[in-house]
Design a protein around this ligand. Structure first.
Ligand SMILES: [Zn+2]
Length: 198
């Protein structure tokens, strides 16, 4: 029977996406074993994140400043706007500097099954950004899942009213593929070969 402290840490870690109880226990054992080298850095990083991270009110990215580093970067092309489902997708696309424009995070995807409608996502803020002008192209970079594609179609319809190009990532994304899991080459290819919607 593990101590209460270890149980508490295990169950906190087990709540992380992709971990689960078994991997959480393994992580805890690893931390105990490497506590002198690994724990101080981890504690420091956790404290820094807890104190400084904020959600960008413009694009929905998570960063240490609001507006975020991407929204304030003058080297980025403000006429290009890439719409993604999750913050992780911004990071995936930005990991290899694949996209030179700015982003808009929806915070999910439309899902009748989960009862997620347009009002639950960052769609009103997207339309407001577009309405402000200065955007020439909106790239819909939804996941290649049924819900992702439903969301893309919905957005394309809502964006029809504006004088801009609406494109989406090229086919060739594996069906069911989530951006975050794709390698940089596949992502770069899908972005380069993006095509008009409809
Ligand atoms: Zn931002």
């Amino acid at each position: 029977m593990a101590s209460q402290e270890i149980e508490a840490l295990s169950s906190a870690l087990a709540r992380l996406p992709g971990l689960g109880p078994r991997s959480a226990r393994r992580a805890v054992l690893w931390l105990v074993k490497h506590r002198e080298q690994a724990l101080p850095a981890l504690l420091e990083a956790l404290a820094a994140v807890s104190e400084t991270l904020v959600e960008c009110q413009t694009c929905g990215n998570v960063d240490t400043s609001d507006p975020c580093g991407i929204c304030t970067d003058p080297r980025r092309d403000a006429r290009l706007l890439c719409v993604v489902e999750e913050v992780a997708d911004v990071w995936a696309l930005d990991r290899a500097r694949l996209f030179a424009g700015r982003y808009h995070v929806l915070g999910g995807r439309l899902s009748a099954l989960d009862g997620i409608g347009p009002e639950d996502l960052g769609i009103a803020s997207l339309l407001a950004r577009v309405e402000d002008g200065g955007v020439d192209e909106v790239v819909l970079a939804m996941n290649a899942t049924l819900e992702g594609q439903t969301t893309a179609h919905y957005l394309a319809e809502r964006l029809e009213a504006f004088p801009l190009r609406v494109t989406q990532l090229a086919h060739g994304l594996p069906v069911g593929g989530e951006l975050d899991y794709l390698d940089d080459g596949t992502l770069a290819q899908a972005l380069r070969a993006r095509r008009p919607v409809g």
